[in-house]
Design a protein around this ligand. Structure first.
Ligand code: NAG
Ligand code: NAG
Ligand code: NAG
Ligand code: NAG
Ligand code: NAG
Ligand code: NAG
Length: 213
């Protein structure tokens, strides 16, 4: 409860508190969280051992994009995807590219975008690293955030991940793989988990911000 403005001092502190709260409110409404990009699904028929055939030169994927913002929409430019196959621990060869067309996503929405890649040239996927097949997936796009009626300027976004493809031609592990800041490298046959820490940090910052409002 603000006291009556009967002295200059309380008037002053009232002004400071109001200005502070306004600044906090503006900061909370202007501040944006980047969308999160996941490879949700991938199926490579040529690597499905129960098919007994490596001749299928296409593969399927689903990209998942999550807008974590409570009250901001996101306008995506076309999302460019690059798929590669690891030849050894730190080099890949390009398998093919795909594009997800531009689209608008409302606040707190999740979009799943399926696509198909035709493997360039002869599609033999014979390379193994420590006996396993590893793919590299990278994306690049740009986004604008919609705050009330206005759009922010464009932000460039990119990321990538390494994933192991199992004996049924699908990625190992059910969960979508975050396309984050993981380097193009497999360490001693195991996939390093990068990006999780950053996600946790954003989550904590989000909680703190919520606690303030
Ligand atoms: C693949 O080959 C195995 C053994 O040669 C056979 O048992 C199986 O039925 C084949 N699968 C298909 C889908 O042809
Ligand atoms: C792999 O091939 C088998 C045999 O055709 C099929 O039953 C199975 O669904 C395929 N795996 C996937 C992940 O589609
Ligand atoms: C390749 O696999 C895809 C996905 O399973 C399937 O739709 C397509 O018909 C297959 N193509 C050939 C030539 O077998
Ligand atoms: C890639 O791996 C090879 C050994 O497999 C190593 O000699 C080379 O330094 C590595 N390059 C980078 C950039 O890590
Ligand atoms: C995919 O795009 C990259 C550039 O973004 C290019 O270097 C590469 O050759 C392309 N791969 C295929 C298979 O077209
Ligand atoms: C692809 O695999 C087939 C069957 O294993 C083989 O005959 C052919 O030479 C391979 N092609 C390339 C470019 O490796």
């Amino acid at each position: 409860m603000p006291p009556k403005h009967d002295s200059c001092c309380s008037c002053c502190s009232g002004f400071i508190i109001t200005t502070g709260l306004t600044a906090l409110f503006i900061w909370l409404s202007i501040r944006v969280d980047e969308p999160k990009c996941y490879l949700d699904y991938i199926y490579v028929p040529a690597l499905n051992k129960t098919l007994n055939s490596t001749s299928n030169s296409t593969f399927l994927f689903t990209l998942k994009l999550v807008n974590p913002n409570k009250d901001k929409g996101i306008q995506y430019d076309a999302v460019q995807l690059r798929f590669g196959l690891f030849k050894d621990l730190n080099t890949t060869r390009s398998l093919g590219n795909a594009t997800v067309g531009r689209f608008y996503q409302g606040h707190e929405k999740t979009a799943k975008k399926p696509g198909l890649v035709v493997v360039n040239g002869v599609g033999n996927l014979t390379e193994r690293v420590n006996g396993k097949v590893y793919f590299r997936v990278d994306f690049v796009t740009a986004v604008k955030y919609k705050i009330l009626l206005w759009y922010t300027k464009r932000d460039q976004l990119w990321g990538g991940a390494n994933l192991e493809i199992g004996d049924l031609g699908e990625k190992v592990g059910k969960k979508g793989v975050r396309l984050g800041n993981s380097p193009v490298m497999i360490e001693s046959g195991a996939l390093k988990l990068y990006g999780g820490y950053r996600a946790l940090l954003i989550f904590l910052v989000g909680c703190t911000a919520l606690g303030f409002t």
